[in-house]
Design a protein around this ligand. Structure first.
Ligand code: S3P
Length: 425
């Protein structure tokens, strides 16, 4: 489905509740499948990516049912059973990499497959450490499909060359089944939902700065309430900051510090964002945000903040076109390995809007403030975050834009348009 969009007649106003966090939803369903008993997941994501994780858990013998309140009941005896066919991960890198860690240590074989985008994403980053633990994984030149021959695993001390929560999680999950302790050290801290949830479910896991150590553990079934996704909230935050006369309240936004890089950067850029009510649910921090239209100034984004805002960089690029001065984004080369090459994709598309933006090997340089013109057709590269970032750019255009294949938003955020309409009317 294509989507047409142009400048709204007035600012965004009102309040919405941000839907469930995608990263935490994957972990809730996958980890509950490993616990002996019934877990209850409240506020499970409606996105297609977490649905891929849920389908795979069902194919591995887990019972999953939604009750009338849309709470997801996962029942397992703590053991997975051999699947009868391939396990299809769709577009979801998190599903493939986390499941590979778990499946490597089972007493059966399995094959993980994905869509065209996922079949082109790098898997060596997990194959290397898992193989060091004794895993037997056959790939297509380090890409999916991954044929996993379940093995007895042993622990390793591993230093990852990249700060990636998916890599860290794959190793830690394999560590749950290994005979001795496993530790992972990353160059910068990536999102720590795996560590928080495994600890909540009783695993033997400890964090010491950038090193996480895990021992063989049995998980306990739990009630897990999932906060809203700050990566989804980012599009509403961005829209309210750049559409004049906007003032909105976003309820239930996950505020785990390993994910709030965008809030730190926006503060530096002069954004008017207030955190209203911080609380902890199921070991994760959450809160409400009040966001008002603001005059933004440029900034430099690099180093250890990158993993804390990696998924928000395309929409930050849109914001930077409206910030006074030169915004420089560095150290973000792994953006080229996401659902699309997000550096190339956002730079190419924002140029069509008239933005002053240049690609660099590990990021981009954006000079602001520029008027975005519109009257164009823009591509999503089959990437949900591109689709939503381009929608935000469209809100600034006096002439209508057409976003092709806008449906890709459903990967993480099927409620996106409905919630936007609530704030625009
Ligand atoms: C995710 C980790 C990040 C992020 C992705 C979700 C996760 O990927 O980009 O959208 O749930 O662990 P990397 O770990 O590859 O950086």
């Amino acid at each position: 489905m294509d989507k047409k969009i142009s400048k709204p007649k007035k600012g965004l106003t009102g309040r919405i509740t941000i839907p469930s966090d995608k990263s935490i939803s994957h972990r809730a369903v996958i980890f509950s499948s490993l616990a002996n008993g019934t877990s209850i997941i409240k506020n499970f994501s409606t996105g297609q990516d977490p649905a891929s994780s849920l389908d795979i858990c069902k194919s591995l013998g887990i019972n999953a049912e939604f009750n009338s309140k849309n709470e997801l009941y996962i029942t397992s005896n703590g053991k997975l059973t051999a699947p009868t066919g391939d396990l299809y991960c769709g577009n979801s890198g998190t599903t493939m990499r986390l499941m590979a860690g778990i499946l490597a240590g089972q007493d059966f074989n399995s094959t993980l497959t994905g869509d065209q985008s996922l079949s082109n994403r790098p898997m060596k980053r997990i194959i290397t450490p898992l193989s060091l633990m004794g895993a037997k994984i056959k790939s297509n030149e380090d890409k999916a499909p991954l044929e996993i021959h379940g093995q007895k695993l042993h622990g390793i001390d591993y230093t990852t060359p990249i700060a990636s929560a998916q890599v860290k999680s794959a190793i830690l999950l394999a560590g749950l089944f290994a005979d001795d302790k496993t530790s992972v050290t990353e160059p910068y801290l990536s999102r720590n939902h795996t560590e928080l949830m495994l600890s909540y479910m009783g695993a033997d896991i400890k964090t010491d700065k950038l090193t996480i150590t895990i021992g063989k553990s049995e998980l306990m079934p739990k009630t897990i309430e999932i906060p809203g996704d700050i990566s989804s909230a980012a599009y509403f935050i961005a829209a309210a900051l750049i559409v004049p006369e906007s003032e909105i309240i976003l309820k239930n936004v996950g505020l785990n510090p390993t994910r709030t890089g965008i809030l730190d950067i926006l503060k530096q850029m002069g954004a008017d964002i207030e955190i209203l009510d911080k609380r902890t649910i199921s070991n994760e921090l959450t809160g409400d945000l009040k966001v008002k239209y603001s005059n933004l100034k440029a900034c430099t984004i690099q180093g250890d903040i990158i993993p804390r805002l990696i998924d928000e960089i395309p929409v930050i690029a849109v914001l930077a076109t409206q910030a006074e001065g030169q915004t420089v984004i560095k150290d973000a080369q792994d953006l080229r390995n996401k659902e699309s090459d997000r550096i190339k994709a956002i730079v190419t598309e924002l140029k069509k809007f008239g933005a002053d933006i240049e690609e660099t090997p590990d990021g981009m340089i954006i000079n602001g403030k520029t008027k975005l013109t519109g009257g164009i057709e823009t591509e999503t590269y089959h990437d949900h975050r591109l689709a939503m970032s381009l929608y935000i750019a469209g809100l600034l255009c006096s002439k209508e834009i057409l976003i092709k294949d806008f449906d890709w938003v459903k990967i993480s955020f099927p409620e996106f348009e409905r919630l936007f309409d609530t704030l625009l009317t």
